[in-house]
Design a protein around this ligand. Structure first.
Ligand code: NDP
Length: 256
């Protein structure tokens, strides 16, 4: 048997090897009080990460450290990181999930519809990524996962603001991958398709049927489907994956 004692350790070995409950790497998920973010937080906790989650309203799931923050507010983001660092230690895995929609046709889209979506989905992600990078660069390891959307690549009538913000996250992740790769930090995008949450609950039956007809797997996705891809990127399997865009969309966006 080869002697592996001198084998080089992966620069992000710490992030790649979650231990037992309460011992694994520290993960922060934004928007962990409901929807996809809540399920991602639960999945990472089940995988052995020590998980913190931001919430503006409501509460985070049991077993997750809740920190209040509106991602559009730099000071609140900084305070949330300080609370996580004090309680759990520096953030080793960041999942930027918080996001909003303000859907309407371009002719009717107000400045406010545009600003709210861009400030939350794009600028808010910039705030949390920038703050996370500080500790990750120091540790020379880290995993950054940005939650985009299939419509960032596919486009979507009535979602000019939202699709623009979600496409922007791809440029952000790929630039981070290049800028921070030398420090053992990965940056990837998960692009969910049509997932059953509050965000899609108000769509009328005709729209839902229209979407389903275009999904090769013929069903809407679950938050668990998205969480599985995030868990892969945050865990041992994600060690050599960076700058990738992983669709979790039942085939809806194929070809991008
Ligand atoms: P939900 O509407 O169910 O939840 C959105 C979450 O984001 C909530 O926790 C919300 O907090 C939080 N949030 C919104 N704005 C802010 C803010 N300014 N600061 C902090 N937190 C904020 O959405 P989903 O779970 O469906 O979506 C999660 C992510 O997945 C989003 O980025 C979304 O764009 C993306 N996505 C969703 C798809 C879907 O089909 N559902 C498809 C593709 C992508 P609060 O409860 O306080 O509002």
């Amino acid at each position: 048997t080869p002697d592996l004692s001198d084998a080089p350790t992966s620069p992000d070995a710490a992030a790649a090897t979650p231990a037992g409950p309460g011992q694994g790497p520290v993960a922060l998920v934004t928007g962990a009080n409901r929807g996809i973010g809540r399920v991602i937080a639960q999945r990472l906790a089940a995988d052995g990460f020590r998980v913190a989650g931001t919430h503006r309203s409501g509460d985070v799931p049991p077993g997750v450290l809740g920190v209040r923050a509106d991602v559009t507010d730099v000071e609140q983001v900084d305070a949330a990181y300080k609370a996580v660092e004090a309680e759990l230690g520096p953030v080793e895995v960041l999942v930027a999930n918080a996001g909003v929609t303000r859907d309407t046709l371009i002719m009717r889209m107000s400045e406010e519809d545009w600003d709210t979506v861009l400030e939350t989905n794009l600028t808010g992600t910039f705030h949390v990524v920038k703050r996370a990078a500080r500790g990750m660069v120091r540790a020379r390891s880290g995993r950054i996962v940005l939650i985009s959307s299939v419509v960032g690549q596919l486009g979507s009538a009535g979602q000019v603001n939202y699709a623009t913000s979600k496409a922007g996250l791809v440029g952000m992740a790929r630039s981070l991958a290049r800028e921070l790769g030398g420090r053992g930090i990965t940056a990837n995008v998960v692009a969910p398709g049509f997932i059953e949450t509050d965000m899609t609950a108000d769509l009328d039956e005709k729209t839902v049927a229209g979407y389903q007809a275009q999904i090769p797997l013929g069903r809407m996705g679950s938050s668990e489907d998205v969480a599985a891809a995030v868990a892969f990127l945050a865990g041992p399997g994600g060690a050599y994956v960076t700058g990738a865009l992983i669709p979790v969309d039942g085939g809806l966006g194929m070809g991008h």
